[in-house]
Design a protein around this ligand. Structure first.
Ligand SMILES: CC(C)(COP(=O)(O)OP(=O)(O)OC[C@H]1O[C@@H](n2cnc3c(N)ncnc32)[C@H](O)[C@@H]1OP(=O)(O)O)[C@@H](O)C(=O)NCCC(=O)NCCS
Length: 160
């Protein structure tokens, strides 16, 4: 069966992702409930992709490809039992391919207390752009990261 990445379709899959998100750090510390998680996952202005491995949801990623700071990875989550095995790096690579087809920047935010994820993003070539203090919850920052292939004015989207 192997693994694949596919756009979210079924409501039951959205619910499974929301359960994953609401029960995992950093979202526990950030106070994100199941209902709030589901609302984000079902936001139709976003693109949501599921990582399937042997017929099971191994993780998901939410992309924002409209609006300001376009090309934003809003959420990435790998199932707790599958972390540290390269799945997150694969999902980020997929997101970068999707975004860099149309836009020259990939943005994402990482919580100040999420040192493990910060290490991963640094390794994947992301640079710190700035720090949003007390942004989601008091006492913790969100660190804005960016990976770029060049200036917007020079960028030519890939032909479709
Ligand atoms: C962050 C996350 C998406 C990375 O996916 P992954 O499949 O675990 O990562 P990979 O196997 O591709 O790369 C391993 C790296 O991920 C990071 N990582 C590993 N476990 C992690 C965890 N529980 N939480 C956060 N980052 C983790 C580490 O930097 C690790 O590198 P190391 O070998 O130097 O420790 C995944 O661990 C996860 O879902 N974590 C919880 C949710 C989260 O923090 N999301 C990111 C919000 S910005």
């Amino acid at each position: 069966m192997g693994w694949s990445i596919a756009e979210l379709k079924a409501e039951a899959d959205a619910c499974a992702c929301a359960r994953l998100m609401a029960s995992s750090e950093p979202w526990v510390t950030l106070g994100r409930s199941y209902e709030a998680s589901l609302a984000i996952i079902q936001d139709r202005t976003r693109e949501v992709y599921l990582l399937w491995d042997e017929g099971v949801i191994a993780g998901f990623i939410i992309l924002c490809v409209t609006g300001p700071f376009v090309g934003y990875i809003q959420t990435i989550c790998i199932h707790p039992q599958r972390r540290g095995q390269g799945w997150g790096s694969r999902l980020v690579a997929f997101a970068e391919q999707r975004i860099l087809r149309e836009f020259p920047n990939v943005f994402l935010c990482v919580s100040s207390f999420n040192r493990d994820a910060q290490r991963l993003y640094e390794r994947l070539g992301y640079s710190v752009v700035g720090e949003l203090t007390d942004y989601i919850v008091q006492g913790h920052s969100e660190i804005l990261l960016r990976k770029t292939v060049g200036a917007i004015a020079d960028f030519r989207p890939a032909a479709t």
